[in-house]
Design a protein around this ligand. Structure first.
Ligand SMILES: Nc1ncnc2c1ncn2[C@@H]1O[C@H](COP(=O)(O)OP(=O)(O)O)[C@@H](O)[C@H]1O
Ligand SMILES: N[C@@H](CCC(=O)OP(=O)(O)O)C(=O)O
Length: 377
């Protein structure tokens, strides 16, 4: 069992933990979060909070019994609720002498490398100023195709952005079970997971009308965080106080997802999970082997076909013949140019595209494998 020594935590709190049985926000739950963050700070642990609850809070304000289904309805209710949510956190943190800062992020804010680094610098500055960042998705302006949709994946990306030692996701069940425990009473709690892919089939959807994504999005978050080299702890919100003794003992009862041995660093994190992909390239078996087993760059001769629209320096998915995503990387040529040179030997490219001096369509330094080879070793 793992012994923790975390200095910087990302805490993600789901709507299911913040919702009062009578509707609206549970003030007691928010008070507890603030107390735990303050307590952790006293033991030298910095916290970044990723919190859901804007829609739950808005529903309370507007006395709605059901969560809006349409995008505009959800956005309007979130706009009402986000102000209430942040105010409650700020008031409760202030009781412990702490200052909170609202940070609303959209998918698009992390999609461009420059904006990703900007968000990173702002969060780092807030932490240096001893401020607690309180992050939520910018629901009010997020465009459907360009939104995270769930704060689980957002929290994993944030953990990578701030170089956290641990991501803690707090929810309304004790951790990952062999099946949804709300539907299957015989489901068993899994306390430790070494390889997220091996447990993916156990995940079901949300457990309440307020939750988004259920265990599926939590496992997606676990995949991202663990590939960044960051362990993820999935816990029942009822155990939040036990986090105060995280570094003293072996942590509360829950599910711990072990980080991979060969973690993704820097730009490769952004390529794999934050940048937006503009299209895909299908490659033959030999090229797939060269990328995955030998760590080589992608050359034109291994390309079979392309799909989508992209310009030079945009991110593309690289698929094998079975349709699985093998890698993701920054293309050195636009789709039209790749179409012109696919299947050709590198020396023939320059005659067709004179200003292209390299030979790699996607260079290995700008590519991330999407299958975790470390877990297969
Ligand atoms: N294998 C599983 N193990 C545990 N919980 C599961 C599983 N599959 C589905 N769930 C559901 O996931 C829910 C938690 O996710 P969600 O409702 O989105 O909460 P939150 O608001 O905390 O993000 C649980 O209440 C449970 O019903
Ligand atoms: N951004 C939305 C929450 C979306 C979400 O991920 O909810 P949850 O699955 O409860 O963490 C809100 O603040 O209501």
């Amino acid at each position: 069992m793992t012994k923790f020594s975390a200095r910087r935590l990302v805490l993600k709190i789901g709507s299911s933990s913040l919702n009062h049985p009578q509707g609206g926000l549970d003030d007691q739950a928010i008070a507890e979060v603030a107390e735990v963050i303050a307590g952790l700070r006293q033991t030298g642990v910095e916290c970044v909070l990723v919190t859901s609850g804007a829609v739950a809070a808005g529903m309370g304000q507007l006395q709605l019994q059901t969560r809006p289904r349409d995008l505009a309805g959800k956005q309007a209710v979130a706009a009402v609720g986000q102000g209430v949510l942040i105010e409650k956190y700020a008031q409760n943190l202030e009781r412990h002498g702490l200052v909170g800062a609202q940070v609303l992020l959209s998918r698009i804010d992390l999609a461009e490398a420059s904006r990703y680094h900007n968000a990173q610098n702002t969060l780092e500055k807030l932490l240096r100023l001893q401020v607690v960042p309180i992050i939520n998705e910018n629901d009010t302006v997020a465009i459907e195709e360009l939104c995270f949709g769930d704060n689980d994946s957002l929290s994993a990306l944030v953990a990578g952005l701030v170089h956290a030692d641990l991501l803690v996701i707090l929810t309304d069940v004790d951790g990952l079970y062999t099946a949804n425990p709300k539907k299957d009473p015989s489901a068993q709690l899994i306390e430790e997971v070494d390889d997220v892919s091996a447990v993916e089939m156990m995940a079901g959807g949300a457990g309440s009308i307020l939750g988004t994504g259920g265990m599926l999005t939590k496992l997606r978050a676990a995949k991202i965080a663990t590939r960044f080299g960051i362990g993820m702890f999935l816990l029942n919100f009822k155990r939040i106080r036990e986090l105060l003794r995280l570094n003293e003992n072996r942590g509360p009862k829950g599910t711990y997802f072990q980080p991979v041995k060969h973690r993704l660093a820097g730009r490769k994190r952004w390529i794999a999970y934050a940048g937006l992909t503009e299209g895909s390239i299908q490659i033959d078996e030999g090229a797939a082997k060269a990328l995955v087993e030998e760590g080589k760059s992608l050359l034109a001769k291994g390309i079979k076909w392309t799909e989508g629209t992209w310009e030079r320096k945009e991110i593309v998915r690289i698929m094998n013949l079975q349709g699985e995503e093998v890698a993701r990387g920054v293309a050195e040529l636009s789709r039209e140019e790749v179409e012109l040179v696919k299947g050709l030997h590198s020396e023939k490219i320059q005659g067709l595209i004179p200003d292209f001096l390299g030979e790699e369509v996607v260079h290995r330094d700008n590519m991330t494998l999407m299958i975790d080879i470390s877990s297969q070793c």
